[in-house]
Design a protein around this ligand. Structure first.
Ligand SMILES: CC(C)(COP(=O)(O)OP(=O)(O)OC[C@H]1O[C@@H](n2cnc3c(N)ncnc32)[C@H](O)[C@@H]1OP(=O)(O)O)[C@@H](O)C(=O)NCCC(=O)NCCS
Length: 328
């Protein structure tokens, strides 16, 4: 028995923020951003659009593709670090929007590794119990709500979007064949939103000090990413007794094209096998991997039996990987 991907979906807001737009906001240039990150555009949710709205659109597509009605869902997991609000969980808001009245619902925060964490969690629910047959796994973010658009170190990197997969279970070789999850809290200060939690509740002071925005030590995060991608890939490939040559497509968290290039080089992966959409959307954190997956699936890029290697990394520090054989 395996957890299988029965449907995928994604959603991005319409508003586009280009490098030219950012040139008017902070001291930067299209040249610098493209050469250092590979990013040209990001999508911005805009007023009144929250994470659950994007999650809803992505989820509807995944459900339709899988031909599963919302009432058939047993569980909804939303991976996000930008929930609509601290309470209730965005997964409950999504459950309400979908009218998925039989589904349990919770959020999971593993930052940019969130989707891999949610996928592995869903797999365990599906295979570990008779109670769960259909689980909706969503990665959704409105990062523009926590990006400081006066800070050129961070504001060029991030965008908004959502991706979803519908997981069911089936016999045979296809589905999730290995997962790995890791965390190293020693690096927790490298990437943070310092205020808005119990350590620094919202106050005039936290607002004045811009502590509700993302803060990042870019160089350190970069090194961590390039180190951890091959490590995580190795763990799941070893577990499945496979090698990088067996992989048809690599879907890595889209943080910086140079990170993807360096990791591909270390793993000796031909660049044609690496799926990339960072130029269009920037870093969408937990939505990044399911967004790549959803776009590629929509273009019918994968055929039954293709081996996909998904690798995530992010704040926490967290890392994760999943090896998936495509198809039911
Ligand atoms: C953020 C990042 C793009 C910076 O690229 P970099 O090549 O490491 O650049 P540096 O930080 O060394 O900065 C080089 C110079 O460019 C400047 N710079 C930084 N941001 C800039 C911008 N947007 N535009 C123009 N110049 C910029 C710096 O101030 C620095 O100038 P200095 O040499 O005069 O001090 C890169 O470190 C990165 O992608 N890190 C990982 C971030 C990430 O993925 N986070 C999420 C993980 S899930």
């Amino acid at each position: 028995m395996k957890a299988q991907i029965l449907g995928t979906g994604y959603a991005v807001p319409e508003e586009i923020l280009s490098n030219a737009d950012l040139e008017k906001m902070v001291q930067t240039s299209d040249d610098w951003i493209v050469s250092r990150t590979g990013i040209r555009y990001r999508r911005i949710a805009g007023d009144g659009v929250a994470t659950s709205d994007l999650a809803y659109r992505a989820s509807r597509s995944a459900l339709e593709e899988a031909d599963i009605a919302p009432e058939e869902l047993d569980l909804i997991i939303v991976a996000t670090m930008t929930p609509d609000m601290p309470m209730p969980a965005t997964a409950c808001l999504l459950q309400h929007l979908l009218k998925a009245n039989s589904a349990a619902a919770f959020d999971l925060n593993a930052a940019c590794t969130g989707f891999i964490y949610a996928l592995a969690t869903a797999e365990n629910f599906l295979l570990g119990s008779d109670k769960y047959h259909h689980i909706l796994v969503v990665g959704a973010e409105v990062l523009s709500s926590v990006v400081d658009f006066t800070d050129r170190n961070t504001c060029i990197l991030f965008g908004d979007g959502a991706g979803a997969v519908l997981l069911g279970k089936g016999e045979g070789n296809n589905g999730i064949i290995a997962t790995y999850l890791g965390a190293d809290g020693r690096g927790s200060s490298l990437l943070t939103i310092p205020a808005g939690g119990s350590r620094h509740p919202a106050s005039q002071e936290t607002i004045d000090q811009r502590m509700h925005y993302m803060q990042m030590q870019g160089n350190e995060v970069y090194k961590f990413a390039v180190r951890s991608i091959p490590e995580c890939a190795g763990y799941v490939l070893d577990e499945a007794n496979l090698s990088t040559e067996d992989v048809d497509y690599f879907i890595m968290h889209q943080a910086n094209i140079r990170i993807l290039q360096a990791a591909a080089k270390k793993l000796k992966i031909p660049w044609e096998k690496v799926l990339v959409n960072i130029g269009e959307y920037g870093n969408v954190s937990a939505a990044s991997i399911p967004l790549v997956l959803g776009e590629a699936a929509e273009k019918n890029k994968f055929k039954t039996g293709d081996l996909l290697l998904l690798v995530g990394f992010g704040a926490g520090l967290t890392t994760g990987a999943a090896l998936v054989r495509w198809g039911r």
